[in-house]
Design a protein. Structure first.
Length: 241
């Protein structure tokens, strides 16, 4: 265990009011690619930019094309929780971690056992009829070849926040309160470039801001500790060693 990870372990061992804020990098070790790295989704070439295909207007105007892209590039039903997800669930079980605030829509934190999870961008595991509001599991999207429809014939939309849509105010409020009241804030696997989610870090009032990310972020100058190692390995070491 290197000195930075040992310091993080000491901080975690001495706190029972920790909040974790995470992004796509938390799930890359589960085989889910991120968006903005050199080989991420946004570096690939498509007929339309990914930001366009993941927008609400594109969903409404080109629903079948949206779903072709969504099924091919956004859904990873075989992905399983990695060491980061498992460690966070364990820290919550021990009474140390008060909340997970995530930008991911894969549901892996919940699958790992975390209970108090604030999903800022929704969840691909939930899908809702736009007409009658009936809720469907991910399987409904995967088993449909074109546009998934409800028994009422309404179009089913993934319960994820698309471009042009606002974040859920209830989720935002709960996540903001958790961050504001945290003694320790651990930020991992995120470039902190996606707003308004990234701006929530500004609500943190404590003195232990920890960044675990392989690349630099715009918040590095505010961090009390920066770790450039694998987030799964880091959280596994501080939790079980």
């Amino acid at each position: 265990m290197n000195s930075d990870i040992a310091k993080l372990k000491e901080i975690i061992d001495n706190s029972d009011n920790i909040v974790f804020f995470g992004g796509a990098g938390v799930s890359t070790e589960s085989g889910i690619p991120d968006f903005r790295s050199a080989d991420g989704l946004y570096s690939e070439s498509y007929k339309y930019p990914p930001e366009t295909m993941l927008s609400y207007s594109f969903f409404m105007e080109h629903t079948e094309e949206f779903y072709r892209f969504y099924r091919e590039k956004m859904l990873y039903p075989g992905a399983k929780p990695n060491n980061a997800h498992k460690a966070l669930a364990e820290l919550e079980k021990r009474g140390k971690l008060k909340a997970v605030v995530t930008q991911n829509v894969d549901g892996l934190h919940t699958e790992a056992g975390s209970v108090n999870v604030h999903e800022l961008h929704g969840s691909a595991l939930r899908n809702i009829c736009m007409s009658c509001k009936e809720c469907y599991p991910l399987g409904k999207i995967l088993e449909t070849a074109d546009i998934p429809r409800c028994v009422c014939k309404g179009i089913i939309k993934p319960d994820v926040v698309l471009y042009e849509e606002g974040l859920n105010p209830v989720v935002m409020s709960k996540a903001t309160n958790a961050i504001y009241n945290a003694e320790v804030l651990v930020v991992g696997g995120t470039s902190l470039n996606v707003y308004p989610a990234a701006g929530m870090i500004n609500y943190y009032q404590g003195s232990n801001l920890i960044l675990i990310n392989k690349s630099e972020t715009s918040y590095d100058r505010y961090a009390d500790l920066i770790i450039r190692e694998s987030i799964g390995q880091t959280l596994h070491e501080v939790t079980w060693n």
